[in-house]
Structure formats: structure tokens, C-alpha cells
Design a protein around this ligand. Structure first.
Ligand SMILES: CC(C)(COP(=O)(O)OP(=O)(O)OC[C@H]1O[C@@H](n2cnc3c(N)ncnc32)[C@H](O)[C@@H]1OP(=O)(O)O)[C@@H](O)C(=O)NCCC(=O)NCCS
Length: 297
């Protein structure tokens, strides 16, 4: 079957939204979400954002990004259900790999393109995708998971704990634009990987970021809507090592959930490590598993 591969253009965003909902169907897409994933990625490159078409209609889409230190990512890939197993996915991938290589890429990962990512890895329920990445030479190197909290079932009382912490000199507040400078300097020194998401939270119309301060120093942060805006994503969050074990993180987490209840029925906690922390504090449950793949090129 013939198909044409070309760079993807913004005019096709609305067609792509329908295409993704049909063909990447464990996930929900809006044009806003795809715009954030594609065009708002700081490493967006038109030559790494391509699609296949037949008679002008989308049959496939693939996007890659090249991050720091020559690490590349297949950020999104999908082929139309009626066009699969005809070599289109392979052709899209090969063109992206070729272009990444020319740009200095040495390894490619699948999906977990931190800091702007759609999914933290490959959901194994996309079973053909596992076979696809294997056949392209990717090796599985780990796994991760996402949890979720049913926000309709809890009210998240926080005032008693806020008062207790205040007595020990720790105050909690929604971040303000004027906190920006000291926040970014705290992130640089304590959690540099998450600066981009914190900046995104600060730029939201209503800031979706909460901070704990002691002696005017920021010591902990937590927020939501820093990635996949509109999908109810919580995180990241982090407490400076010197202030852990005081209940600051669990309080900030519950404050975020309370705030999220205004807009969402469910909170998703993506790419989780401290499973027991989230489970104990909020009753969060493991919702999705992801396998991590990498290929050296
Ligand atoms: C994964 C996907 C992009 C593959 O696209 P495709 O055009 O069907 O793939 P190709 O025809 O180019 O196949 C390339 C190789 O992948 C493997 N493969 C693809 N589909 C497969 C299937 N259903 N079963 C087994 N192997 C499969 C094969 O090894 C194939 O090579 P071969 O035909 O020479 O043996 C497509 O199934 C898809 O869009 N899935 C839904 C979206 C998705 O899962 N994205 C990733 C989410 S994490």
C-alpha cells in the first residue's frame, strides 16, 4: 500500500486529535494536550515530527525529541488501525532514527521523554508496540508505574497539620509569581530535573504549585498540572533532605489533592517511586504499568 511521509504541520492538529483518540486508544487526547506535547516541547524540531498520509489523510504519526547529552526519545508513535502491519510504523521510526543520528543522538528511549512527556514508558497493554520496539532493536531496561486517587471519595482536611507545622516555623502557601526566583534557585540546588515542570505550574493562570518555607527559605514543593495539562496529573513534589520526616511532603500532597478536587474527579500520579508513601497518605492505588525501552544507535 502506498503512503507518503512528510513533516507534520500545525494545520493537521485537529485531524491528529481524532486520529490519536482512535489509534492510541488507551489514552485521551485533546488538541490542547497535543499542542503541549508537540509544539510546546522546548526541544520541538519540525524534522523530528512527521506523519504518513494516504490521499491526504493521516495514516501514521511519529514524534521524536533530542534531549541533553545526545539522548533521544520516540515521544509518540501511532499508526491507523486499518494501516498496521504494513511497514508504516517501521518507516516512520527509521526516518526519525536517521535524523536523530545525524543530530548527534547515541541512544533512543521510548516515550519517557522527561520533562515534557505523554507517558512514562510503554504501557504493555499496547501489545503490538512491545513487539514493534523489540523488532526495531530496543531492549527493555526497567519498568515504572502510575497511581491514581479517586478525588470524589475524600475531603483532605489539612488545617490541623498546617497549624502544627506553623508552630515549628514551617509555613505553607500557594506559590506566587514573586516566589519565582528563590523557587528556581531551590529547584536548581535540590531537584534540578523538575525545573521545567515547576515553571509550567508557575505559568498556569491559577498557579498550581504549593510551597513550604522556613526562615524565608523554601524547603519543600508540590504541584499539579505541570505536564499533560487538563489530565489531572499530580507532581512532581520534593522536600529538601534536611527537612524530611516532619510530615511536610504528605501535607503538601494533600493540599494539592484538595485543590485538584475543584477541577478533577481523579488525580494521576505518574512515574512513581515511593508507592507506599502515596498509598498511605491518600489511598492512591497502582493504576498503570510502563516498560522502559532503550536502543543504542
Ligand atoms: C506499534 C505500532 C505503531 C506499529 O505500527 P505498524 O505500522 O503496525 O508497524 P510495522 O508494520 O512497521 O511493523 C514493524 C515491526 O513491528 C512488529 N509488529 C508490529 N505490529 C505487530 C503485531 N501486531 N504483532 C507482532 N509484531 C508486530 C513486527 O516485528 C514488525 O516487523 P515485521 O513485520 O517485519 O515482522 C502500531 O501497532 C500502533 O499504532 N499501535 C497503537 C499505538 C501505540 O501502541 N503506540 C505506542 C504506545 S506506548
Amino acid at each position: 500500500m502506498s503512503y507518503n511521509i512528510s513533516n507534520f504541520s500545525k494545520e493537521k492538529l485537529s485531524e491528529l486529535t481524532g486520529f490519536m483518540n482512535t489509534n492510541h486508544d488507551l489514552d485521551n487526547f485533546t488538541a490542547e494536550l497535543l499542542k503541549e506535547k508537540i509544539f510546546d516541547d522546548l526541544d520541538f524540531n519540525a524534522d523530528l515530527t512527521i506523519c504518513s498520509t494516504r490521499n491526504g489523510k493521516l495514516t501514521g504519526f511519529g514524534m521524536a525529541v533530542l534531549r541533553q547529552d545526545g539522548l533521544g526519545f520516540i515521544k509518540i508513535i501511532a499508526v491507523g488501525k486499518d494501516s498496521r502491519e504494513m511497514g508504516i510504523g517501521r518507516a516512520i521510526y527509521q526516518l526519525l532514527e536517521e535524523r536523530l543520528k545525524v543530530m548527534g543522538c547515541h541512544s533512543i528511549r521510548a516515550y519517557n521523554s522527561n520533562p515534557n512527556y505523554l507517558l512514562p514508558g510503554v504501557d504493555p497493554r499496547y501489545t503490538p508496540a512491545l513487539c514493534f520496539f523489540n523488532s526495531l532493536g530496543f531492549k527493555r531496561y526497567g519498568e515504572t508505574l502510575s497511581m491514581s486517587v479517586d478525588l470524589t471519595k475524600k475531603s483532605f482536611q489539612t488545617s490541623v497539620d498546617e497549624k502544627k507545622l506553623l508552630k515549628s516555623g514551617v509555613s505553607i502557601s500557594r506559590a506566587k509569581l514573586t516566589d519565582g526566583e528563590r523557587l528556581i534557585s531551590f529547584m536548581h540546588s535540590a531537584f534540578p530535573l523538575w525545573i521545567h515542570e515547576v515553571k509550567k505550574m508557575l505559568s498556569n493562570d491559577i498557579i498550581t504549585l504549593f510551597i513550604a518555607s522556613k526562615d524565608r527559605e523554601i524547603i519543600s514543593f508540590a504541584g499539579y498540572d505541570g505536564n499533560n495539562f487538563g489530565a489531572g496529573w499530580f507532581g512532581p513534589m520534593g522536600t529538601h533532605t534536611a527537612h524530611r520526616g516532619m510530615g511536610i511532603g504528605s501535607l503538601l500532597f494533600r493540599i494539592c489533592l484538595k485543590d485538584m478536587k475543584k477541577s478533577y474527579r481523579k488525580a494521576v500520579i505518574p512515574w512513581v517511586e515511593p508507592v507506599c508513601f502515596y498509598s498511605r497518605v491518600s489511598g492512591a492505588e497502582v493504576e498503570r504499568l510502563f516498560w522502559l525501552y532503550q536502543k543504542e544507535i
